[in-house]
Design a protein around this ligand. Structure first.
Ligand SMILES: Cc1ncc(COP(=O)(O)O)c(C=O)c1O
Length: 452
């Protein structure tokens, strides 16, 4: 299929376009009707209850007619922009042709599997398809349990791996949301250099945190550890980027202990971080990788891949689900992978991300409440602090900066005192620069309010 390569081009001067103060009256009306039934909205919705009408490329329009610059991509999902023509065409074809045929083969699923396997390094070619990231994580854990015949897992402070009951036990939030994590699920201090859990400095520390992890596995594990599970960059807890060599040292530890390394790339996969897969930065190959979000640019389509030498075990954990790998999902996935290749999206993500990070660093120099800016590719973030020395989290400021920038026309993602940025990877630099101007204004206003 051919499409206009400039389909997402916008007149940057005219954006954002706010026609009524947001969230406007129609948004409030629609949201309050929904809220009667739907409980437990995310903090981002609670802080800014806008109702959206449409999305096109790098912009979102709400029901009151306001058009925002998109620095969220849904939630790291629409990497190729809203309604990319190729994704729309492929998906539409299958909506009208064949919606579901359980886990029987279809040509579109076969094409998707072949394409996906061609993007994965090493022998990562035992694949199963699911609909949610959390399902892919659970399936990866089932595979690790089935192969190793062990049942314990180590994940990390700040991790998020989904909301089904075993995946949630890998997340930090398990202990304050759903009660005690499952037996055999352990959390270890992560390699978060800005808030080092061991009060050390990289690189002199020689990644002491991984030595501590080994010790913790010896002390807390009962000899039944199946895998270490990690996010290669933590999304939920504020775009936490690990130091060079961190993943490689964990890979070595897994080899030494004879346990699986499961890298959860649900959020980071498919060019989001400036590589097709984020683990490529550390030159490692995990035993299992989970994929989601940008994999099908908005259509529920997730997967996990396991090394060929272990893939026999997948016979024990049947791939069949009601919706996993349905023709529409496979079509959206195939279209997305083709676009990533055809439009050199990996390179675009790396270049745009470098540009944004440089601007954020300049912004940081002019603001006392910005403690750290960080990111890789287009997975970016900013941490607000009350004091740059004590690094005390400034949560009120985080919420206010989020709200102010949104009201000015920037759709983005808060996380307490962390502000997260996830622009579509196709965004032009001049539009991103406009978004950054909005952030700068919002930080300036909030600093003033707090007397900085
Ligand atoms: C790293 C990671 N793993 C798993 C999940 C769960 O994905 P889903 O919300 O599709 O179940 C998420 C969601 O944000 C995630 O960021």
């Amino acid at each position: 299929m051919s499409y206009d390569k400039n389909w997402a081009k916008v007149d940057v001067k005219s954006l954002p376009k706010m026609v009524v103060p947001a969230p406007g009256p129609k948004s409030m009306e629609i949201h309050s009707r929904a809220e009667k039934y739907m409980k437990g909205y995310s903090s981002q919705v609670k802080l800014f209850p806008v109702a959206f009408e449409s999305g096109h490329g790098c912009t979102l329009t709400d029901v009151d007619g306001n058009t925002y610059i998109d620095f969220s991509s849904g939630i790291y999902v629409t990497n190729l922009g809203h309604c990319h023509p190729k994704v729309v065409e492929y998906t539409q074809k299958w909506v009208g042709k064949l919606m579901n045929c359980h886990d029987y083969s279809t040509e579109i699923k076969t094409l998707f599997l072949e394409k996906l396997a061609s993007t994965l390094p090493g022998s990562l070619n035992g694949i199963q398809m699911y609909c949610a990231g959390t399902e892919a994580v659970e399936a990866a854990m089932r595979a690790a349990r089935a192969y190793t015949k062990k049942h314990e897992f180590f994940s990390f402070y700040g991790d998020f791996h989904g909301k089904t009951i075993s995946a949630v036990s890998l997340t930090e939030s398990a202990n304050y949301t759903t009660g005690p994590r499952f037996n055999g699920h352990h959390l270890a201090p992560n390699g978060h250099c800005y808030h080092c859990h061991f009060d050390k400095k990289y690189p002199e520390c020689n990644l002491f945190c991984v030595d501590a992890l080994e010790k913790q596995i010896q002390m807390e594990g009962t000899g039944s550890v199946a895998a270490i599970v990690l996010e290669p960059i933590q999304g939920w807890s504020g775009s936490i980027v690990y130091p060079d060599g961190y993943l490689a040292k964990i890979r070595k530890l897994c080899d030494k202990l004879g346990i699986f390394l499961i890298v959860d790339e649900v959020l980071t996969c498919c060019a989001r971080t400036g590589k097709m897969y984020c683990f490529e930065y550390d030159n490692i190959i995990p035993d299992v990788v989970t994929l989601g979000k940008g994999l099908a640019n908005g259509f529920p389509c997730t997967a996990f891949a396991i090394k060929e030498e272990y893939s026999e075990v997948l016979e024990k954990i049947s791939a069949s689900t009601s919706y996993g790998g349905n023709p529409m999902a496979a079509a959206a996935g195939l279209a997305s992978l083709e676009v990533i290749e055809d439009e050199a999206i990996v390179e675009k993500s790396a270049k745009l991300g470098d540009f944004i990070l440089k601007q954020l660093k300049k912004m940081q120099d002019n603001h006392k409440i910005i403690g750290e800016v960080r990111g890789k590719g287009c997975l970016l973030g900013m941490e607000l602090v009350k004091d740059q020395k004590t690094k005390e989290p400034f949560i009120e400021a985080g919420n206010k900066v989020y709200q102010k920038a949104f009201a000015k026309g920037l759709a983005w993602i808060p996380s307490k005192n962390n502000l997260r940025m996830s622009p579509p990877l196709i965004m032009e630099e001049d539009l991103a620069a406009k978004a950054l101007l909005i952030i700068d204004e919002a930080v300036t206003e909030v600093e003033k309010e707090y007397g900085y």
